[in-house]
Design a protein around this ligand. Structure first.
Ligand code: GAR
Length: 225
C-alpha cells in the first residue's frame, strides 16, 4: 500500500480516476492528502466527497518557488506521503521538492513527450499537424516535462478534431495509465536507469545489480548498471 499525496489545480478528473481505482481495489494505494494551489479547484470537492483530507497552499504569499516548495515538503511529510502525484498541478516544482522526493514525484502530461512540453499542448499538436498524440506519465526532474518516462499511451488525431475532442480522447487514456503507473510503483516494479524506466517482471526484464533505494523504485546510478 503506497501512501500518496495528490497535487491538483483544476477539475480533478485524474484525481477521480485514482480514487476510483483505489476504491475498486485495482490499485494498492491510499491518498493521504490532496493539495491544491487553487482554493476554487473542483478537485478539492471530489476529495472531500471521498473523505480525503485537503490542504490549500496558495502561491501568492510566497517570495519564491523554493519557499513555496518548502511548505509543500513539510506538509507532505506530515501526512506521511511516499509518492507525490501531480494531477493537473499547474506549478513548476523547484529543486527543494525534487530533492525531497527523488524519483518519487510523478506527473501526467497530455502529449507524447518529448513532443509538446508546456501548456496548451493539445492545441499545439493540432496546429503542428501530428497524426498521433497521447499522454505521458513520467518522473519529475528539475526540467519542465523532461523526467524519465514511465508509461505512454497513443491516440489518433482525426481530421475533424477540435482541441476539445482531442483533449477528451487523450484524457480517457490519462485515466487509464496514471493508476497503472502508480500500481507499478506500489508493487516496487519500476527500475530507473538513467533516462529509461524499466518494469520488473515485463519481457526483457533488467537483470543486473543495482542499489535498491526503497521498496518502490530502484534507481541505478551512472551510465549503465
Ligand atoms: C490533464 O489533461 C493533465 O494531463 C494536464 O492537465 C489536465 C488536468 O485535468 N496536465 C498538464 O498539462 C501538466 N502540465 P484534471 O484536473 O481533470 O485531471
Amino acid at each position: 500500500m503506497v501512501r500518496l499525496g495528490v497535487l491538483v489545480s483544476g477539475h480533478g478528473t485524474n484525481l477521480q480516476s485514482i480514487i476510483d481505482a483505489i476504491e475498486s481495489r485495482r490499485i494498492s494505494a491510499e491518498i493521504r492528502v490532496v493539495v491544491s494551489n487553487n482554493p476554487g479547484a473542483y478537485a478539492l470537492e471530489r476529495a472531500r466527497r471521498h473523505g480525503i483530507p485537503v490542504e490549500v497552499v496558495e502561491g501568492g504569499s510566497y517570495a519564491s518557488r523554493e519557499e513555496y516548495d518548502r511548505v509543500l515538503v513539510e506538509l507532505l511529510r506530515r501526512y506521511g506521503v511516499e509518492l507525490v502525484v501531480l494531477a493537473g498541478f499547474m506549478r513548476i516544482l523547484s529543486r527543494v521538492m525534487i530533492s525531497a522526493f527523488p524519483m518519487r514525484i510523478m506527473n501526467i502530461h497530455p502529449a507524447l513527450l518529448p513532443s509538446f512540453p508546456g501548456l496548451d499542448v493539445q492545441k499545439k499538436a493540432l496546429e503542428y499537424g501530428v497524426k498521433f498524440s497521447g499522454c505521458t506519465v513520467h518522473f519529475v526532474d528539475e526540467g519542465v516535462d523532461t523526467g524519465p518516462i514511465i508509461i505512454q499511451a497513443v491516440v489518433p488525431v482525426r481530421d475533424d478534431d477540435t482541441v476539445e475532442s482531442l483533449r477528451q480522447r487523450i484524457l480517457k487514456e490519462e485515466h487509464r495509465i496514471y493508476p497503472q503507473a502508480i500500481q507499478l510503483f506500489a508493487e516496487g516494479r519500476l527500475v530507473v536507469k538513467g533516462r529509461r524506466v524499466f518494469v520488473k517482471g515485463d519481457a526483457g526484464d533488467v537483470a543486473c545489480g543495482g542499489v535498491l533505494e526503497n521498496p518502490s523504485v530502484t534507481v541505478f546510478d551512472g551510465e549503465d548498471g
